[in-house]
Ligand binder design. Sequence first.
Ligand SMILES: Cc1cc2nc3c(=O)[nH]c(=O)nc-3n(C[C@H](O)[C@H](O)[C@H](O)COP(=O)(O)OP(=O)(O)OC[C@H]3O[C@@H](n4cnc5c(N)ncnc54)[C@H](O)[C@@H]3O)c2cc1C
Ligand SMILES: N[C@@H](Cc1c[nH]c2cc(Cl)ccc12)C(=O)O
Length: 534
Amino acid sequence: MNSGAAANLTDPGKTKSVVIVGGGTAGWMTAAYLKAAFGDRVDVTVVESAQIGAIGVGEATFSDIRHFFEFLRLEESDWMPACNATYKLGVRFEDWREPGHHFYHPFEQLGSVDGFSLSDWWLRMPQSSRFDRDCFVMAALCDAERSPRYADGTPLAQGVFENVGDGQSARSNIAEYQGAQFPYAYHFEAHLLAKFLTKYGTDRGVKHITDNVVDVALDHQGFVSHVNTAENGTLSGDLYIDCTGFRALLLKQALGEPFVSFQDTLPNNSAVALQVPMDMERKAIRPCTTATAQDAGWIWTIPLISRIGTGYVYADEYLSAEEAEKTLREFVGPEAADVQANHIKMRIGRSERSWVNNVVGIGLASGFVEPLESTGIFFIHHAIEQIVRYFPGGRDDDVRRDAYNRSIEHVMEGVREFLCLHYVGAKRADNRYWKDTKTRKIPDALAERIEIWKHKVPDSESVYPYYHGLPPYSYNCILLGAGGIEVKHSPALDLADPTAAQVEFDRIRQKADKLVQELPSQNEFFAAMRANAK
Ligand SMILES: Cc1cc2nc3c(=O)[nH]c(=O)nc-3n(C[C@H](O)[C@H](O)[C@H](O)COP(=O)(O)OP(=O)(O)OC[C@H]3O[C@@H](n4cnc5c(N)ncnc54)[C@H](O)[C@@H]3O)c2cc1C
Ligand SMILES: N[C@@H](Cc1c[nH]c2cc(Cl)ccc12)C(=O)O
């Protein structure tokens, strides 16, 4: 424990001390990463309550999470079995356009032909009614429930696996990575990842205290001077990271930082979750997250090893908790009969600033949007990378603080626009909830962008202009998949020679057919892994 350590921020060469309050996924991802980044030159303490539980529902991620594991020098075989992890090739949206329809948001770059996006060509010459099947190989792999690795462990697209796993090469991070779209992400149990990283962190010197923080003390400048725990006295450090979840004990409760609610544009503020045991020998492990539209929101289905994580995300303005749980149980079927439901109130939006004085909020304490595009852990990962990049040198570090806060704001606001597009762009308008999605306020800039996209599919010139994790092709997937906004092809394509585009569509179909034949199902893949491990 360091007392009075605030002074050594201005004293280069001395160990810096960081106190992390909260030991959920955010707390332990941060602790582990700081140790991987700074080793013994940073003193890290994690204090977590034994009484206040962490959120863990069975999570899906961005593919970018691989940079996190790579930074920690961890291979899939080190952490995946410990977290019940499976592969994710994209999100499958069911019933967003109309009952029985589905489309994917896959981890695959959209091609271009003669300077025009393949989506533009597709509008001019659709090969079928399925934009995703015609333009992405991954859509067929998801439909056929394939694994992104062959049974011997060889990955699907060798070319994009550069820098992974030799343990020595330079480590990349999200913002720096300019390579091809990585072909898959993961599903895993976030609380098991937190447990795994507890060992990783404590093995590398992180101090772990199980106790409740009962009071946060501020000095005359409004900086945190120390926190008081119930049984372990006071803890103090140079920097405090608030990972206390929706409570935001330091950032909001102690420092009073205002919260910017997104509720006006994204009304879903509640969830009910179930962890359903499943015999995966008999049930297909779909290699994608499924988001099935419902009367007042949507249900997620996340296949894990030997269980399914599922839940109904809804707006309490339209549906009661009891009705949501009833609908979810009917959706899942008898397997869920003995499973207890977990009802969660979600605080949707962002802290006005995530870094205030010597407190940085990471995870739910900083901000959250409904999990429709699996952004929660991405927000954490991005924040951790940024705090390492902008690590404070002293109290008067306003420039660094402002830069950090801007980058967090951009990520959150960009994702807000992307999520709003799902609702305003969904063709479905069959009840009050879905009708309201067409008239509800959306960010002004998004409304302007949609007017452009009606005439020119989204590209890097027309999507949210700051880094927010989502490439322009993601917007094409939602716009053309959800089907509620009419989009026209570029008039130039009526004059252009379509031969090369036709060759590209044919190539995608042939490649998809070949891979569906060659790749094992996820069930076969994980069965082979288990057999090899014995
Ligand atoms: C319904 C739902 C679905 C989600 N789905 C996804 C998904 O698919 N993909 C994704 O990336 N993310 C998803 N998330 C988000 C993801 O689960 C969280 O981002 C992640 O678990 C991180 O949570 P956290 O660590 O910030 O907070 P929490 O898990 O709430 O942890 C808070 C920690 O603070 C501690 N604490 C609180 N008060 C005190 C105190 N006074 N003293 C000491 N300790 C204290 C608690 O003990 C706990 O350890 C979802 C979230 C929700 C709500
Ligand atoms: N940088 C993100 C962006 C991304 C690209 N495709 C998808 C698909 C889904 Cl479901 C989420 C996220 C993404 C990444 O590569 O993960």
